[in-house]
Write a protein that binds this ligand. Structure first.
Ligand SMILES: Cc1cc2nc3c(=O)[nH]c(=O)nc-3n(C[C@H](O)[C@H](O)[C@H](O)COP(=O)(O)OP(=O)(O)OC[C@H]3O[C@@H](n4cnc5c(N)ncnc54)[C@H](O)[C@@H]3O)c2cc1C
Length: 342
């Protein structure tokens, strides 16, 4: 019989579980119910008490590693915490939320336990055996994996499960002692981009993609990069959308061409970029070539605005294509959004 352990950690506030952790809890609950297997949840946090309370209604056995050493992400302490939780739980299946904090230590923890790890898991199926689904070759091929090796660590992609939300009630997690290794890394503080400068918003409902067309010569023979920047930022401000880019647009800076200063390679969507998950996507001034569109695999409703009626988007890649000049279209959209707000 399998024993399922879900690993979780606190979010930045320290008083709640991270969203990806809550998604892993949902995945663990579903899997445990399907396999009639025991469910254990492990918590890593400075203060695990409020986090344990929020998991009381899961009915799972709760284990916690607590203390100041676990307030911050740090390889040595986090890896020791996961190892201690896994050894105590003696689980055969370990579900790990795909956060930056746990992604970097999960393979190390699996190695210490003599287990096997698979990453970027998007779904868990099977009733007799466990079938884990993931995409390969930049989201072009979907595979279903099963393994005999135990413990089997499965790192779940964020956004693939609903976040667990249950009644909070007083409960106690079993505190697991961790022998701390020598700590060479001290966290002196956090630096984050100025308010409003962060354009990548994984939890946004909408993705706005900017293509190289924004900085190309327009019908008047001129480049309007500054105006393009204002329109794009105006749209982001009005909608709270996340900003993606084509590769061509973010590459332009290195080639001495006009750039949009708020875009970096972190915004790039596609084969050599990211594959975000949003309910809707609006592509602007982008040709919709395959290496870009492959990054749109998990965008449910896709729309594009392009001047080119023969662009890749029109060849079956978008649900709706507006063959139009994106400058006036986005200006009009922004005006409508602003008037709706007022
Ligand atoms: C190995 C490899 C990996 C790659 N990986 C990626 C990747 O991860 N992501 C990625 O994006 N690309 C990737 N590419 C590049 C990709 O093939 C395309 O070159 C790129 O996506 C094109 O970007 P674009 O559509 O923004 O620019 P362009 O091809 O220059 O298209 C600009 C479009 O804007 C339109 N336009 C211009 N002005 C306006 C206006 N006013 N209103 C409306 N439309 C307008 C034009 O009609 C044109 O269709 C990769 C290529 C290779 C070979």
């Amino acid at each position: 019989m399998e024993t399922i352990l879900v690993l979780t950690h606190a979010d930045e506030s320290g008083s709640a579980l991270s969203k990806a952790s809550l998604e892993a809890v949902t995945a663990g609950k579903e899997l445990a119910a399907r396999l009639s297997a025991p469910l254990i949840i492990g918590i890593v946090a400075a203060d695990s008490a409020p986090l344990a309370n929020s998991l009381a209604s899961t009915g799972a056995r709760l284990l916690a590693v607590s203390g100041e050493a676990f307030a911050q992400a740090r390889y040595a302490t986090d890896a020791a915490a996961l190892e201690a939780l896994c050894r105590t739980a003696n689980a055969t299946i370990v579900l790990v939320p795909g956060t930056s904090r746990f992604t970097r230590i999960a393979a190390g923890a699996a190695h210490r336990l003599g287990g096997f790890i698979d990453t970027h898991i998007t779904a868990l199926g099977g009733t007799e055996t466990i079938e884990a689904t993931r995409w390969f070759y930049r989201q072009r091929i979907e595979a279903v994996l099963s393994r005999d090796t135990r413990p089997w660590f499965l790192v779940l992609d964020a956004g693939t499960h609903a976040a667990f939300a249950g009644e909070s009630s007083a409960t106690q997690a079993e505190q697991i002692a961790v022998e701390l290794p020598e700590i060479r890394t001290t966290v002196s503080g956090l630096r984050s981009p100025a308010q409003g400068a962060q354009t990548i918003r994984p939890d946004a409902k909408l993705l706005l993609v900017a293509g190289a067309g924004w900085t190309k010569k327009q019908p008047d023979g001129q480049i309007h990069a500054a105006e393009a920047g204002e329109l794009i930022l105006g749209f982001l401000h009005a909608t709270g959308a996340s900003l993606g880019s084509s590769k061509s647009l973010v590459d332009q800076g290195g080639e001495g061409e006009p750039v949009l200063p708020f875009l970096t390679h972190m915004n790039q969507i596609g084969q050599t970029g990211s594959t975000p998950r949003h309910a809707k996507g609006l592509s602007t001034c982008c040709h919709g070539e395959e290496p870009h569109v492959v990054g749109w695999r998990f965008i449910a409703d896709r729309r594009a605005i392009s001047l080119d009626p023969n662009c890749g988007w029109t060849r079956g890649k978008a649900d709706v294509v507006y063959v139009a000049d994106a400058f006036p279209v986005v200006a009009k959209l922004n005006a409508l959004l602003e008037s709706k707000k007022a």
